[in-house]
Design a protein. Structure first.
Ligand code: FAD
Length: 509
């Protein structure tokens, strides 16, 4: 078509990043979910190529970030997550400043204005090349297509270059023999690991070193008036969130190093015990792109004597979880259509109680961690998700939305993948007949009730034995004194109701 011939658009693989047209005027790096300067393929390519091309007096590398409130609202982004991203934008700006790469911050009132904003910057600042890291979600891809097409129409000489930088290896190489995506995680992961092992260059980290030679700021003063907001209003304790999730690449790397050195070797044992803090707490950084998956894998691989699928149990398990992240990003598609026929209950009171931690199941109610901190341990995410879907028979999409509205690490692929796995509606989910028993989960993963005591203080005074099921363990009088809810459903009955409905929907009864 017209568009294809006027502008060359490619997804650039790692090995090709130095090739491609030389920057003839200014180069623009549009930051989105890749808020880092280290190991950022698109930024690296932009800087290398503008250095080669930028010999005249007017060649600069400029960075752009567009604030789009409407997109945030549409994607149910949690205020606490937006705050984290904005804080990281401020540290990104400081890092870019050191490299003399100025950051233009613009606001798009409506999401459709994003294209206008890019055009204005391209026109106003004499940009000949636009670089960005590919985002993999449907809406973002659509947005990028619209931007590319608009630029191609109005500025046919502008070259847009998109770098795939999240899956570590090219997705099209992680396919079955017939060229289709894997429908099951394990073969996906085995193929992915083999590629990473045999073609180690996929793990090559790019580091920015050279500064922009000239000071674009002095010429384009107008563009640099808007500063990134250093915060976004959210309902949690602002100082506490800053302490818990400090912004910036240095912080993310310090956390990664500390985890790999001190905790990773016990990860396979500690990761499932919610009160133990045995996980890395890196998800907010990974999702904002402050840290790349590649950097995590490289760090873990070095600690694991160059191994990925073998070696230390903790490190290899952790790398595998990162593999899940990559797989879900690649997957975000098909779920078993038959489960669309499930008749969910519309019990709003039950849903409210689930969000407020008033179900009467202590381990489920300990999920209040999410509302209080913007984070929830993975074991808890599985327990509360399974409870919502299977005990309460409430549509998993309601839970998915509630998570997005509250998570600091909210990520469409991981969240949707996690919910569909738990709800048995996904591509490689747990089988529908597996229903977590909240009592057994509680006794197994929080045997002394330490996690429950932290988040359900009404139960603090109970013994390790009583705490998992207080309404049964105490006399009615003692139970009433606690001021704690009675179980809102009877697990055995709820399970039977769910199984009946799922079998019907799947055509098994
Ligand atoms: P670690 O255990 O240290 O793992 C390291 C990294 O591997 C994580 O940061 C994450 O990027 C990745 N990872 C680990 N477990 C998983 C997993 N099961 N699926 C995908 N990636 C994984 N994760 C999100 O990042 N955003 C979400 O919105 C999200 N929603 C979820 C919803 C449900 C219902 C479930 C069951 C899981 C969800 N997860 C989500 C996955 C997982 O719970 C979090 O990634 C993890 O708890 C983050 O803590 P961590 O960084 O300490 O993880």
């Amino acid at each position: 078509s017209n568009i294809a011939t006027t502008t060359t658009k490619v997804v650039v693989k790692a090995e090709e990043e130095h090739n491609g047209p030389i920057v003839t005027r200014n180069a623009l790096m549009w930051f989105r979910n890749d808020l880092r300067i280290r190991d950022n393929k698109a930024l690296y390519a932009a800087s290398m190529r503008s250095k080669v091309g930028g010999t005249g007096n007017n060649h600069f590398l400029i960075a752009l970030y567009i604030i789009s409130e409407e997109e945030w609202a549409e994607h149910d982004e949690a205020p606490v997550k937006i705050d984290f991203w904005m804080r990281n934008l401020v540290t990104l700006k400081a890092s870019l400043d050191k490299l003399a790469i100025p950051l233009v911050v613009k606001t798009a009132r409506k999401k459709t204005d994003v294209v206008k904003v890019v055009e204005e910057v391209v026109e106003g600042m004499g940009v000949s090349h636009v670089f960005w890291s590919q985002e993999l979600m449907v809406d973002e891809r659509k947005r990028d297509r619209v931007v590319r097409e608009a630029l191609a129409r109005k500025h046919p000489s502008v070259y847009v270059e998109e770098h795939e930088d999240q899956l570590v290896v090219p997705a099209e190489d992680v396919r079955t023999k017939t060229g289709n995506p894997y429908a099951v995680f394990t073969p996906f992961y085995n193929t992915w690991c083999k590629l990473v092992e045999t073609e180690s260059h996929y793990l090559e980290i790019t580091e920015m070193s050279d500064a922009n030679p000239l000071k674009a700021k002095e010429i384009y003063v107008e563009y640099f008036k808007a500063k990134p907001p250093s915060s976004h209003p959210h309902p949690l304790d602002v100082d506490e969130m800053k302490r818990r999730y400090p912004a910036g690449e240095d912080e993310a790397h310090a956390r990664l190093d500390k985890f790999v050195q001190e905790k990773a070797k016990k990860y396979h044992q500690g990761r499932d015990v919610p009160h133990q803090d045995g996980t890395s707490m890196l998800s907010p950084y990974l999702n904002a792109g402050v840290l790349s998956t590649r950097q995590c894998i490289v760090a873990a691989r070095i600690a694991n004597k160059n191994k990925i699928q073998s070696g230390d149990d903790g490190l290899k398990t952790w790398i595998k979880e990162l593999g899940w992240r990559v797989c879900l990003l690649d997957w975000i598609r098909a779920f078993q259509p038959k489960t669309e026929r499930v008749q969910w209950t519309d019990n709003n009171e039950h849903f409210q109680r689930w969000t407020e931690g008033k179900t009467g199941f202590p381990i489920v109610d300990a999920g209040k961690q999410l509302k209080a901190t913007g984070y929830m341990h993975n074991r808890l995410r599985m327990i509360v998700a399974c409870f919502l879907v299977k005990d309460l028979l409430i549509n998993w999409q309601q839970g998915e939305k509630y998570f997005m509205n509250n998570l600091i690490d909210g990520d469409l692929a991981s969240n949707n993948g996690g919910w569909q796995w738990s709800a048995s509606t996904g591509t490689d989910s747990q089988p529908y007949f597996r229903v977590f028993n909240p009592l057994l989960q509680s006794q197994r993963y929080d045997p002394k009730g330490e996690y429950i005591r932290r988040w359900v203080p009404e139960l603090k005074s109970l013994t390790d034995k009583q705490i998992h099921d207080p309404s049964q363990a105490l006399s009615p009088k003692d139970f009433a004194k606690l001021g704690y809810s009675k179980p809102i459903v009877e697990h055995a009955k709820a399970k039977a109701r769910y199984l009946e409905e799922f079998k019907r929907a799947l055509g098994l009864s």
